[in-house]
Design a protein around this ligand. Structure first.
Ligand SMILES: [Fe+2]
Length: 371
């Protein structure tokens, strides 16, 4: 069944967080659980508190990166109330994933968080409201939730976890280029992969194409904290998020996930490393090639070779590495890890969405050639 899901309402405007109470009131929400982490709480907690006006609220501010099922259980038992009209997640991907899991547990205390799947109803008793503070992850609009247990990462999903309301306020995004660049690159890779994915459709293509154009033309200015560019990046990251959460990503994410896990490199940097080689590889598929050529026309470049040249130029200008060696990883260590990198990529669920089938040897070749 073809299906396209996204939040029911997206509010987008710089400083709109100051109207949070009005927005919630308009949405019929009287009582909220605000979920965030210490950094966000320290920088904007007071602003949020003031913006809530007369809305009844409880705060949970202890989200840690890569949340675990154990942390969710502990968080639930630390709350005063268990009944809220909405959970408002203010933060990056981890905070939003944590909040999705909290909504599941608060709606059904017996729910098994490790087995969330698209096939079983979650019957949520509260709305999920996302306020992303980075421009890139797409978890503010996606059905996915990434948690961890004793055995490792659990990447799960259910369409009821697509936040009902998304509030995009670029004034909440970081000023540090060490965060702006990898998250922006992640959004760019989401867009390219949403287009290449074998489950892409006209809705996802339209959003992804526009997101590529905007990210391509604004990342460099956003990295220098140009306000207009950052506003556009924030909206584009969400457009890319809606696109890829409906189409899947593809091989750059499969390779990037295994590379990031093996060498402890941030997500955006890792998937960015494999965008260019996978565009080159996927160009052998005539349909994908045609889609890349449409992007070339949008960006006013002649052909795919020129597109790759332009992408490399952008990467160099913003400080995104093009090759593995630029991260200071030595060749011997990298070569010793090749079997592991290939095996982990083969197991990654995103590989199934790649428009061209990749085997062990194809993956190894990309890893070797991109050193
Ligand atoms: Fe990503």
């Amino acid at each position: 069944m073809s299906l396209f899901k996204f939040p029911r309402t997206i509010y987008f405007q710089r400083d709109i967080i100051d109207s949070l109470g009005d927005i919630l009131e308009k949405e019929g929400v009287k009582n909220v659980l605000i979920i965030t982490d210490k950094n966000v709480q320290n920088s904007i907690g007071g602003r949020v508190e003031k913006a809530l006006g007369s809305i009844e609220r409880e705060f949970f501010t202890g989200v840690l990166p890569e949340p675990s099922i154990k942390q969710i259980r502990e968080a639930v038992s630390s709350l005063k109330s268990h009944e809220y009209d909405a959970i408002v997640a203010i933060g990056g991907g981890s905070v939003i994933d944590f909040s999705k899991a909290m909504a599941v547990t608060l709606s059904d205390p017996q729910a098994d968080l490790g087995s969330i799947s698209p096939f079983e109803s979650l019957d949520l008793k509260m709305k999920i409201v996302a306020v992303p503070t980075t421009s890139g992850t797409g978890s503010d609009v996606s059905f996915g939730v990434v948690l961890s247990d004793e055995e490792g990462k659990l990447a799960m999903g259910n369409y009821e976890l697509v936040p009902e309301i998304d509030i995009l306020d670029p004034s909440l995004t970081p000023v540090d280029k060490k965060i702006i660049v990898p998250t922006g690159i992640d959004a760019l890779v989401h867009s390219f992969e949403a287009i290449a994915s074998n489950t892409s459709n006209v809705f996802t293509d339209a959003l992804a194409e526009r997101a590529i154009e905007t990210v391509f033309n604004n990342l460099e200015k956003a990295e220098k904290n140009d306000e207009t560019a950052k506003d556009l990046m924030h909206i584009s990251a969400t457009m890319a998020g809606i696109a890829f959460s409906n189409s899947g990503t593809a091989s750059a994410h499969a390779l990037g996930h295994s590379f990031g896990a093996t060498f402890h490199v941030p997500h955006g940097t890792s998937v960015g490393l494999f965008l260019i080689p996978t565009i080159a590889f996927n160009s052998q598929n005539p349909e994908t090639r045609e889609k890349y050529l449409r992007i070339c026309r949008t960006l006013n470049v002649r052909d795919i070779e020129s597109l790759i040249r332009e992408l490399k130029g952008l990467f160099v200008r913003v400080g995104q590495p093009v090759h593995v060696s630029e991260l200071g990883i030595d060749k011997k260590t990298y070569t010793l890890k090749l079997d592991q990198l290939v095996a982990l990529s083969m197991r990654d669920s995103e590989l199934a969405f790649n428009p061209v089938l990749l085997g062990d040897e194809d993956l190894r070749k990309i890893f070797v050639e991109n050193f």
